[in-house]
Write a protein that binds this ligand. Structure first.
Ligand code: C2O
Ligand code: CU
Length: 471
């Protein structure tokens, strides 16, 4: 492992892991041939426990050591994004965390079904003070693409660079040869438009520099004709990524909680909202040497009109996020399977009473069920129940609704059954003035569990609440 030479913004903060991204099935590399992405490979957390079923890592949060453009940035192990933690379904994960920051922090394991006291939120643990430490320990119950970030002063700490992937693989439980796994963490950085202004905070502040694995507009070599399996994470504080790979269709095969039951219909664009993940299969076509742009289109997330182009007309032009340089491929490989996973559909009992979560806006911030965040009564649930949440957004903003600790399935209001392809979600965009019906099953992990908007400025402005789960 060596330090990438610092040539442009943030490049020093990325460490190159020589091995590139891990492969989860032995035949994957053979099926898809050589490809690179090494240019933007992330640091990997080292497993210090020799036992097969235990992943044990040391993780220190500290300021990024660079006097230049990463001034004021913080990172796990001093890198942005932080090191990838990898495990397999059923493993026990142990993280010896040390706080080398000048302020208190916690780690929240976004999307993982952890015990309540491992969730890293204020009701579950006292924040780890500067110089303090804490050991997180839990079982990796589900395969999928997850991430970790602070849940203390998170609007600021995430923006400073404290975010990193956690990938749980399950080679035995998924079809072989889904493609070469590539991990891409999207985020942004830099002085935000509207920093400190009320309108800026209410919109949700965005950094002007768009980052892929901590780099601005990287170019990576990719084998043409070989299927890629991108694992995408949106770790930005507020920014929505509406992605396009020029001239190529994207097939979503996974979401927040692992694979979908079947591949989704091919699409030109993929929207990834803060906190959300996607797995996408794509095959790059073209001649060796061609350069394919991965673009981020403007997405109007309902905020005030000042996020529209400076001239006030139309949407800002798309931004090139990174470039794929086509290299000689390994070609071929089997087709994407028509079925990816047997996924249990949540069945909602006919008599179930809907829990209503109404999101509104007032002069001072956001309200839930007409009351400012934190002052409304907790929603209640019992272990073993499947509940139906009716979430309604009465505001002019989109809100990525995130539930801690439990997955949900979006349910069709007519049939009360999950829409196809069925998938497990923990973060769902609720467009301005829209609603969604979510089925949630509460397994046996009692405690206080949060839900909130993953535009972290919105959560701070009151868009958060609690579910009190009891036995
Ligand atoms: Cu990733 Cu409470 O959040
Ligand atoms: Cu929001």
């Amino acid at each position: 492992m060596d330090v990438h030479p610092s040539r442009h913004l943030l490049s020093l903060v990325g460490l190159i892991a020589g091995a590139g991204c891990g492969t989860s099935a032995p035949d994957e590399t053979a099926a898809t041939g050589p490809a690179s992405y090494d240019e933007i490979a992330l640091a990997e957390a080292e497993d210090v426990d020799p036992q097969a079923a235990v992943v044990e890592v040391r993780l220190r949060a500290r300021p990024v050591a660079d006097g230049g453009n990463s001034e004021g940035m913080w990172g796990y192990e001093g890198v942005v994004p932080g090191p990838v933690i990898r495990g397999r379904r059923g493993d026990t994960l142990v993280v010896h965390f040390e706080n080398g920051l000048p302020e208190a922090t916690t780690i929240h394991w976004h999307g993982l079904r952890v015990p309540n006291d491992m969730d890293g939120v204020a009701v579950a643990q006292a924040p780890v003070p500067p110089g303090g430490s804490f050991t997180y320990r839990f079982e990796l119950l589900d395969a999928g693409t997850f991430w970790y970030h602070p849940h203390h002063l998170s609007a600021d700490q995430v923006e400073r660079g404290l975010y990193a992937p956690l990938v749980v693989e399950d080679p035995a439980g998924e079809p072989a040869a889904l493609g070469r796994p590539v991990l891409l963490v999207l985020s942004d950085a830099g002085p935000e438009a509207g920093r400190g202004t009320d309108a800026g905070v209410r919109n949700g502040r965005e950094g002007p520099r768009l980052l892929v694995n901590g780099r601005e507009q990287p170019t990576v070599a990719v084998a043409r004709g070989a299927r890629q399996r991108w694992r995408l994470i949106n770790a930005a504080r507020s920014r929505f990524f509406l992605l396009e790979v020029a001239g190529h269709a994207l097939v979503r095969i996974g979401g927040d909680g692992g694979l979908l039951e079947a591949p989704a219909a091919p699409s030109d664009r993929l929207l990834l909202v803060p906190g959300e993940r996607a797995e996408v299969a794509l095959v790059l076509q073209g001649a060796v040497g061609d350069r394919v742009a991965v673009r981020a289109h403007h997405y109007h997330r309902g905020a005030d009109r000042d996020d529209v182009g400076a001239d006030g007309f139309g949407d800002p032009a798309p931004v090139d996020l990174m470039y794929l340089r086509l290299a000689e491929g390994g070609g071929g490989g089997p087709d994407l399977p028509g079925r990816l996973r047997n996924l249990e559909e949540l069945t909602v009992p006919a008599a179930v009473v809907e829990q209503s979560i109404r999101i509104g806006e007032r002069a001072q911030g956001f309200v839930i069920n007409e009351q400012p965040g934190g002052t409304h009564p907790h929603l209640r649930a019992r272990v073993g129940e499947t509940q139906l949440f009716s979430v309604t957004n009465h505001t002019r903003f989109d809100h990525p609704f995130h539930l801690h600790g439990f997955f949900f399935q979006r349910v069709d209001p007519q049939t009360r059954r999950p829409a196809a392809p069925v998938e497990w979600k923990d973060t769902l965009n609720l467009p301005a003035l829209s609603s969604a019906l979510l089925a949630v099953r509460f397994d046996d992990r009692p405690g206080l569990w949060m839900f909130h908007c993953h535009i972290l400025d919105h959560a701070d402005l009151g868009l958060m609440g609690m579910i009190e789960l009891t036995r």
